[in-house]
Design a protein around this ligand. Structure first.
Ligand code: NAI
Length: 334
């Protein structure tokens, strides 16, 4: 089976090399087909997302993507937004759980954010009214709301989750977020076994930093999902730990939530865990759950039984030393 691989920019190539090294240890029938996107592609081909990369995803249906740099300047649409829209990857799924051995202010966090990925303020429709005023369109549609909310409830059922919380600002945005909330309430009625509730986004932020362990599955429009999921990464120990999937029923792109971290690029000190956990989500998606669990268990073992960890987690290990420790642990566990 072929998987499209994007090594990305900044720390992308360093963390990708280690993630691929770890996956290759599993000896699965997976072959990576490598393409450039982002700044590297722009410098080589004058395009952020070359057509060959799009064609590869169309063929393979599944991609593993490292973070990319969106060049600063006018007219550059984010590569991530571009890919999500090109493939209509409506569901952005971001699980956040405490990793044993990573000291945080909270224990027992195990929640999953479902972020609507195709509309809201991210449609990029901004208008200059006059020299002093700019407007941006926030679009919420019934169709996009239904599919992300249904996906969140189906996930809750499949993974034996107990609660789905809708996050919104329907008290102010009565029509747009009001529609999202109305769709949520309608769909929730079809899942009587799941506790469905809703929180206004500001209250949700407060509750998340007071009692994050009480949250389970959360579903929300695009902008709140962007912000809340970064907040949840802070709860579990930082951006270096949060994986994600962008998917629909046909295509899936798996990637870390963090960016290309140019400040630490090329130093072999970046934390590859978020990209590795994203690769585990990819393995789950491909039906290799046992193998994904082996990697996840090995990450947990390394972090809880050794002091081998990257600098962002207070350690001094390089990216490759940490990856090697995971590989040794995988060998011991299997
Ligand atoms: P960033 O996530 O790259 O970095 C924020 C901070 O977190 C930095 O101090 C960085 O060193 C640290 N950090 C991030 N990932 C880390 C890791 N794996 N290990 C250790 N430390 C890590 O966000 P920033 O600086 O705002 O963006 C840099 C570039 O990344 C921009 O060009 C932005 O457009 C792009 N970006 C790309 C994304 C993607 O491809 N999915 C997502 C977010 C930003």
């Amino acid at each position: 089976m072929k998987i499209t691989l994007f090594k990305g920019d900044g720390i992308g190539p360093e963390i990708t090399a280690e993630v691929v090294r770890i996956i290759n240890e599993l000896h699965l029938p997976i072959e990576f087909e490598e393409y450039d996107i982002g700044q590297t592609a722009y410098e080589k081909y004058g395009e952020l997302i070359p057509e060959s990369a799009i064609e590869s995803i169309k063929r393979n249906k599944v991609a593993l993507k490292a973070p990319v740099t969106t060049p600063v300047g006018k007219g550059f649409r984010s590569v991530n937004v571009g890919l999500r829209l090109a493939f209509d990857l409506f569901a952005n799924i971001r699980p956040a759980r405490n990793l044993p051995g990573v000291k945080t202010r909270y224990d027992d966090i195990d929640l999953v954010v479902f972020r609507e990925n195709t509309e809201d303020l991210y449609i990029g429709e901004e208008r200059i009214v006059d020299d002093h005023t700019v407007e941006a369109i926030k679009r919420i549609t019934r169709k996009a709301s239904e599919r992300i909310i249904k996906r969140a409830f189906d996930y809750a059922v499949k993974h034996n989750r107990k609660r789905v919380t809708c996050v919104h600002k329907a008290n102010i945005l009565k029509k747009s977020d009001g529609l999202f909330l109305a769709v949520f309430n309608k769909i929730a009625a079809d899942y009587p076994c799941i506790k469905a509730d809703n929180l206004i986004v500001d209250n949700a932020c407060m509750q998340l930093v007071m009692r994050p362990e009480e949250f389970d599955v959360m579903v929300m429009p695009n902008l709140y999902g962007d912000i809340i999921s970064d907040l949840t990464s802070g709860l579990i120990g930082g951006l270096g730990l949060l994986p994600s999937a962008n998917l629909n029923d046909e295509y899936a792109i798996f990637e870390a939530v963090h960016g290309s971290a140019p400040d630490i690029a090329g130093k072999n000190i970046a934390n590859p865990t978020a990209m590795l956990l994203s690769a585990c989500m990819m393995l789950d998606h491909l039906g290799y759950q046992k193998e994904a669990d082996l990697i996840r268990g090995s990450i947990d073992d390394v972090l809880s039984h050794t002091d081998i960890r990257t600098r962002d987690l207070g350690g001094s290990a390089t990216t490759s030393e940490y990856a090697s420790a995971i590989i040794s642990t995988m060998k011991k566990r299997s």
